[in-house]
Design a protein. Structure first.
Length: 176
């Protein structure tokens, strides 16, 4: 379902030659989701009514200056009780945009936000490995403790401290 919303948004944006503006607005909304636990709870929780979600997310969008196609998409998703799908719609749109640009999209999850230098180094390493430009979608999960999880297509590289500790725990159980 998220792919259908993303495809519709992509086709509208491409027809209006607004791909860059839509990408920017989606990035800003994704940033708001990353920064605010309350907004994430509003988006994910089925406890809130469609009207409450639409009203609250409308206020957030207005305050952030996000309107046009992205604002309408988020409001329609809220009105249809599909606000929880917005992060998946953003990811699907980014994949479509990357494919349109001839890039490979990668999802990177880190324990703490990555700075610009770290992102540039990661992009360069992935480009060297894959032989194509890479569009990064980042997320933060403090439960990783440290390290990264990188997903490119169907491949996943898990270099998180959490996974390494779990592996060590399993080895220790086998020994003892």
């Amino acid at each position: 379902m998220a792919d259908r919303y993303a495809t519709a948004l992509f086709e509208l944006a491409e027809g209006d030659q607004q791909l860059a503006a839509i990408e920017s607005d989606l990035g800003r909304f994704a940033g708001l989701l990353d920064e605010s636990a309350d907004l994430r709870r509003l988006v994910r929780s089925p406890v809130f009514s469609a009207e409450d979600q639409a009203r609250a997310v409308g206020a957030v969008l207005d305050k952030a200056g996000i309107g046009g196609l992205v604002g309408n998409l988020v409001k329609v998703a809220a009105g249809n009780r599909r606000l929880f799908m917005v992060p998946d719609i953003i990811a699907a749109f980014r994949r479509l945009l990357a494919r349109h640009r001839g890039e490979v999209s990668a999802e990177v999850t880190s324990a703490t936000p990555l700075n610009d230098s770290q992102l540039a180094d990661l992009k360069a390493a992935l480009k060297a490995s894959l032989g194509k430009d890479v569009a990064l979608a980042t997320a933060v999960d403090p439960a990783l403790i440290g390290g990264l999880i990188v997903k490119v297509g169907s491949r996943m590289i898990d270099g998180s401290v959490r996974t390494k500790l779990n592996s060590l725990k399993l080895v220790m159980k086998e020994v003892g």
